[in-house]
Every structure is written in structure tokens, then in C-alpha cells.
Design a protein around this ligand. Sequence first.
Ligand code: ADP
Ligand code: MG
Length: 703
Amino acid sequence: MALSLSSPISALHGVGPAKEKAFARLGIVTVRDLLFHIPHGFEDRGRIRTLAEGIDGTPSSFILTVGTEPRTARIRAHMTLTKFRAFDESGSVEVVFFNQDYLKGTFRVGDVYRFTGKLSAQKRVYTLTAPKFDKVEDGVALPTLYPVYSLTEGLSMAQLRKWTSTALDACRHELVDYLPEEIRQKHGFPTVGQALCALHDPVDMKDVDGALRRFAFDEFFLYSLGMALSKQKGEGVCATPYPTPDSAPFLSKIPFPLTAAQSRVCGEIAASLRERSPMNRILVGDVGCGKTVCAAFAAYAVASGGGQCALMAPTEILARQHYEDMAPLFASLGFRTALLVGSTTKKEKESVYAALASGEISLVIGTHALLNEKIAFASLGLVITDEQHRFGVMQRAALREKHAGAHLLVMSATPIPRTLALVLYGDLAISRIDEMPPGRQKVKTYAVDESYLPRLYAFIEKQVSAGGQVYIVCPAIEQKPSEEEEADVLLSPPPPMKTVAEVKKTVSEALPSLSVGYLHGKMKAAEKKATMDAFASGALSVLVSTTVIEVGVNVPNATLMIVMDADRFGLAALHQLRGRVGRGKKESFCVLVSGTSSEEGRRRLETMSRTYDGYAVAEEDLRMRGPGDFLAPVAGEGVRQSGGLSFRFASLCRDTDLLSCAAEESRAIIDLSKKEAEAYRANHPALFDEVRARFAESQNLLS
Ligand code: ADP
Ligand code: MG
């Protein structure tokens, strides 16, 4: 039977049940799977050097003539050594193989081989140990690049190369390119067939790079298209439209005039809320830019139209703070607000449920447990999530599904670089606050080492006596940070970290006159609240805590942020922390303490003292550490749930140019009118099949 892409792998000559199982372990079931088992590296046997040049030990290839008969000796039980001498015009070398007695018959005196490996020298005897070798024959050009595949027990590199090459020869004509031809040509990408040939049968690295770029582009492109399609899928759903309310009462009740950016964003939100299709919007902006008031305005619009709004925060502390800010504002506007968190008593909860079911409560604020509770709303019109970066695509999809018909507004304080936002939030409209409220000052930032600590105590005292308050953030409570905190801490080896308990003790001892409190994720909610309240009211001067205070908390009187073991945090997280101070009128400072001896670690921290713009910090973090920090909550869910974000080829930091192209191309398709879109789908069935295939694994959004 002729081999085709859909043939089972066992259709390949020589693949029996055992090999079939081995292939299955690599996820290879069909011939098509085999062709898409892309090499993860390439071995270059084309860097030919003479033995004299190779003595520096860099991996090279040598064209050598076999000089002596190979001889095999048993050097210990279960180990034989086969060796012979070989030479070129610059010198000679001993070639050694272990447990490969059969090679004795391979190498004959006078034969010429290309050996690839590293020269090692022992007592001035130069040796090539277990080199790769290819026979040099007159008139036959040897390939120089070899694909390197990931393997599994029972499958050798040579077998994989052989079968892949057979499969490629037999099936390449069958490969249909899912990428629209006009897009492919515009960017000068190879076809799928050409790209696979370039990778499995590599001729030069330029083609290999071209193929890898093409597949990287595919990943971005198909991902953004998939996200957009998942968004469109929700577009059949109807939402309640809310007319834009008279903003005067709202504006008169908030303590400041909106910035131009805030007004614009409120306008964008109001316009979406007037629509019959549900709003899917993300509000992004640097820490402290004032997103909350825009969210409040959205809630006001919905409440004014008779609807209800649920606002979810990632921590109880933050939920409380939102509640304390918003309840009075909404009360003054004539709307009832409720708080629902873990520590809310059963009795209170029940009365809130009843009031939500009857529609008396317009705004309910809580942690994301809000979502899981069996709450019946009289008319839920808007769901707002704060600090959305902790949610992944999946939760977003779940949210949408659960509250189909409600408008969705997500807020993110992580200043995500534009390119990344296009991909991560492809299913959302983006509103951006790109202006800080007036009078915001730069938080002077210093990176110091631990020898600075004594001076730091004096500085803390000075801040407090000038009426300020101080945060001290540590990466850990005792040993292991809670899950919530874990997301913000580098998962690097954990030698001694400053724990909250330790630091609290040292600081209290060093500064006995100050009231020092502490806070961490494992404390009871009531304790946390009491501590936070004490700090907010000024009863505590110093708060030692883990990153639970990172998100959103607002104490305008805080003027000094100290981060211990700062090298353990991503820059984006440090920027968040820094955003906790400098919210009032007083000059504010951020001190990053670290004992790191790594050059790179120190450079990272120094970036913080130069860079004050969250977006610049984010770009820098992306460049230095890759997208892990931005994706952490997503990546944590595991590959399957990440909504396709586990790119094999594409790198979110390296391939930003491809990312922009891909986002642009997919936007062009998404923006087609309904009629055009239908025609486009009809003309490019393979493209949409591919999107579906890639998304089907991880989510069920495109049915
Ligand atoms: P974030 O975007 O980080 O959530 P917040 O909404 O918490 O920021 O706002 C940060 C601080 O700025 C709050 O104290 C808020 O009252 C204040 N603020 C917001 N908008 C303005 C404004 N237009 N003028 C002055 N202060 C503002
Ligand atoms: Mg906020």
C-alpha cells in the first residue's frame, strides 16, 4: 500500500509493534505526525578543520585517512574499546570507540572518512572519542547538516532520520499548505512542504532558519486567529445594552477630575455597554494610573440602567479595599454595594444572596470565589475582574461561558508590551490608560547589597519620623511561599530567603520605638484585615509582608518600599511593588536589597533605578527573562490548558517582529465583513481546519 500522510506509522517498512509503541511515546501515530516531529537541533558536520586547528577542542569535522588496523580490547567487564590511528597533513590522532566491536570491519587502512567530534588531549596523545563518521568517496558530496530529533528508548537517531526521509519522499506532494498563499508570498515564507524538507533534509542554515520562522509565524498567526474566532463565537450571544448615564453625578462624587486618558477610556467602555453584543474589553495601564475609577464608572453605567455588576479581585485584601472605596461612592449615588469574601459569615452571605436575587444590590465585590458560588443575580449586566494577569485564556473563556450575556471588563496592572498584548488578549478589545494622574512623582529607586542594611534602618526611622510609612517585602513567609505568592517569585533554587518572621524580628529589634506589623498569605483573613487596617490607618509604621500587598493596595501615606532578596522577583513584579508607594504628595523611595553575586542579577536590579515607565520595565523583563512572568499564571495551568500558548517554534521575546506581522494578518481576517469572511472561509478551508485542530486540543471554543 502506498504511504500517505494518514497512514499509521506501522506502514513504514521496518516499524513493528515495538517501534510503534516507541513512536507513540513521542506522540507519533501517523506518518503525518512523523513529518511534524521537527528536529530540535542540527548537527553541523561542515566545519572542516585540520587536526592542528582542532586542538583547541571545539567541535569540528576532520577529513582523516585511516592509518592503522582497528584493534579491539576488553578493558573491563562489559566494556570493549576499539581504536586505530588516523591522520591528515597536519598530524595524527587516536580514534576510539566503546562497545562497538563491529566497527573493526568498517575502517580499513587507507580509507578516508569525515570524523566529527571534539579533540581531546591526554598526556600529549590526541584522541577523538566516539566521533560521528561518514565515508568520503570521490565525486560524492557529503551532506553537512544533520537533523537532531528528540528520541525515546527503542528509537535511534539513525532510524528516525531514515524513516523521516522515507516518509518525506513519499508524502511531500500530499502536504497542503494551510497558510493562505498571499500571506505566504508576502512574507517570503517557504511552503509547508519546503519548510519540512529544509528541516528534515537540511542543506544550509539559511533555509533552516526560514523554515523555523515560517512555523513560528504559523503559531502566532493561528493562535491569534483562534482567539479571535473564539471571541466571534460569543458574538451571537445577546447582552443587555445599557444607555450611557449622565456622568455629572458620578464626576461630582469622585475626589478628583478624570485625566484625559481616563475620560477616553470611560467613553470607550460606555460605547461598548450600549451595544447588544457583550463587551469583551481589557483595561491596561501602568500601576497607579487610575483604572479603578474607570471600572467604577462602568459599574455606575450598568447600575443606572437597572443592571447589576460583579467585581472580582484576586485577593481578599484587595476586594475589601475596593469595597471600602466604592461602597460610599455608590451609596451616595443611590446604589447598594455588598462584599462577599471567604470570611463573610454564612448569615451575611445569605442575606447578600437574597438581595442579589431580588436586585436590591447593584454592585457585589469579592474574590474570584464569587464566580464559583451559586449566586443568582436578578440581572447581572457586567463582570469586572481586577488584576486580570492572574487569569488565563481559559478562565476568561469560562467566565464568558458562565455569564454569557453579561459584559466583561478585565483590568490588568501588568504593563504588557504591546506586541505581547496583541497575542495574549487577541480575544479582547484593548483600552489603554497611558497617562498618570497629575502630580505623580517618580519613586527614587536604589539597588543595594546587604551591607547597606544598617543604613537602611536609619532611613526607615527618618521616613517614619517625617510622617511616612514603610513597606518591607520578602519573598517567603517561612520556607515555601503560598501559591498566590509563588507566581511572583522566581522559581530559582531557594537558599536562605529573608522570611517575613525573620525580618519582622530583626526590624523590631533594630527599631524598638517603631510599631512593626506583618502580613502573609497564610494568615487568617481576619488577621490580615486587622493588620492591613492598622497600616492603612497609620497605627503601624512598618509593614513586613510577602507579595500579598503587591496587587492594588493603596496607602497614600507610604513613602518607602524596601524589597528584600529583590533578585528573586521579576522586574514587572518589582515595578508593581514600587507602585505601592509614591501615591501621596510626599517624596517616595524604593530600595531593592539583594545579596546576589551574579552580574546579570545586579544589572537587572539596576535597570529599576533607571527605568520608571512600566512599559519600558516590562519590555526589559521580556528581553531579559522571556515571557514566563507574563504567562506565569497561564503556564502554571499546564500546556493543555494554556490555550495554545505553549509555542514550540515561536519565542515571544525573540520573534516580536513575526508577532506583529502575525497579529496584523489575523486582524485583517477578523476585520472582514460578515460576507467577506464567509467567502474567505470557503476559499481557505485548510486554514480554518488547522486553527481548529490546534485549538481543539486545549479548548472547546471553536465548535
Ligand atoms: P490602578 O490603575 O493601579 O488600579 P488606582 O485606580 O488604584 O490605580 O489609582 C491609584 C491612585 O490614584 C488612587 O489613589 C486614586 O484615587 C488616584 N487617582 C486615580 N485617578 C486620579 C486622577 N484622575 N487624579 C488624581 N488621582 C487619581
Ligand atoms: Mg488597581
